[in-house]
Ligand binder design. Structure first.
Ligand SMILES: C[S@@+](CC[C@H](N)C(=O)[O-])C[C@H]1O[C@@H](n2cnc3c(N)ncnc32)[C@H](O)[C@@H]1O
Length: 268
């Protein structure tokens, strides 16, 4: 309830709190235990071939599958990509290794997350730099692809971010975008997206896939919170990911009446 009120009534304050929250995560977690910070994705039907992963990626299967789902619809050959709000870089590093673009630049407003990424990922063409989604300082027409995963909900003025996406994309470039919104805000969100002036290539409600991932990843998420979060904050983190560790395992996680969507847009 408080979370929802902050999002809707005080977006700038919420953004400030978000920054503190993500700086805190990178202060608490120094290792690779939490290189992804999204709710994850799982196919809904068991007849879908599981994504083949390197053994070291298996631990991050569900959040990594969200990046795979976001990235798999376009060709990556010779692509120069920008990810806005790349967090602790797990997705950037995965896309670099799996889809092999020419270059991939991750930007985040958490200075500690950027420090972590610069220290931990050494791959040619993979760069990280500090920046704000609403004030990107890249030249016009400089990227073939812009990626944004579960972050725009925190931006106080999303129109500014969308205007930058359109500006920095090269003609025919793609915007690969996924995020969640409270049910009653979904229609307005879709309208804002239409107003960017990019062509909508694909859109999909993936809420059920995200809920399935949360369900399958339940034990690991509980373990993560127990490992990294001080006891006094654990309840907040459990609520944040829609889990009650004391409830029977068959109690399904929830997204607090929010819907999760995925979009592919293209600059004409
Ligand atoms: C839920 S995490 C997702 C991180 C990453 N995309 C992932 O899936 O692992 C949200 C990220 O958005 C970043 N963020 C929030 N507001 C931002 C802003 N205005 N500019 C840049 N990054 C921002 C946070 O620092 C955090 O790393």
């Amino acid at each position: 309830m408080l979370n929802k009120m902050l999002f809707h009534q005080f977006p700038k304050f919420k953004s400030w709190l978000t920054r503190i929250q993500y700086e805190f995560v990178s202060t608490m977690v120094k290792d690779h235990g939490a290189v992804f910070m999204n709710f994850g994705y799982a196919p809904r039907h068991s007849d879908v071939e599981p994504l083949e992963l390197h053994p070291e990626d298996e631990y991050h299967r569900y959040p990594l599958q969200l990046y795979h789902h976001v990235a798999k619809h376009i060709g990556w050959n010779n692509v120069e990509a920008l990810e806005v709000s790349s967090g602790r870089g797990g997705g950037a590093h995965f896309i670099m290794r799996h889809f092999k673009p020419k270059s991939y630049t991750g930007v985040d407003f958490s200075t500690r997350a950027i420090e972590f990424c610069r220290k931990h990922y050494k791959a040619e063409g993979l760069h990280f730099q500090h920046g704000n989604a609403e004030a990107l300082n890249f030249p016009d027409n400089s990227f073939d692809v812009v990626v944004n995963v579960e972050a725009s909900l925190y931006y106080p003025n999303i129109s500014k971010f969308f205007a930058h996406v359109k500006r920095v994309l090269k003609p025919n470039g793609y915007f690969l975008y996924t995020d969640l919104r409270y049910q009653e805000k979904v229609e307005a969100w879709h309208k804002q997206l239409k107003e960017i002036g990019l062509k909508l290539v694909q859109s999909e409600d993936i809420t059920d896939n995200v809920l399935k991932a949360l369900e399958l990843d339940r034990e690991q998420r509980i373990r993560l919170i127990k490992t990294y979060s001080p006891k006094i904050l654990q309840k907040i983190f459990y609520e944040f990911i829609g889990l009650d560790p004391n409830a029977p395992a068959e109690n399904l996680p929830h997204l607090d009446n929010r819907r999760y969507w995925y979009f592919v847009l293209q600059k004409a």
